[in-house]
Design a protein. Sequence first.
Length: 79
Amino acid sequence: IRLRVQLRSFDAICRLVECNVGVGIVPETTVQRAARNMAINAVRLTDSWAPRELTICVRDVEALPPYARQLLDHLKASA
C-alpha cells in the first residue's frame, strides 16, 4: 500500500473520510462503530492483500490456567 497520509488514529481517518477528504482503510469494527455517528459507509475489501495475520500473545504458555490453555489450543487448531 502506498500511503499518501498517515494519521495517528482510526477515528481521525474516519473523520477525514466523513469530510470527503478521501478514502481510508481501517479495521471493520472501527468503521462499524464510526458509522453510527458519522456519515460514512463501509466497503468490504476482497483483494488478496486485505486479510491480516493475527498473533496470539501470552507471557508464559506453561503458566496458563487450564481454561486459558484450552482456549489457546482451540485458537491454534482453528487457524
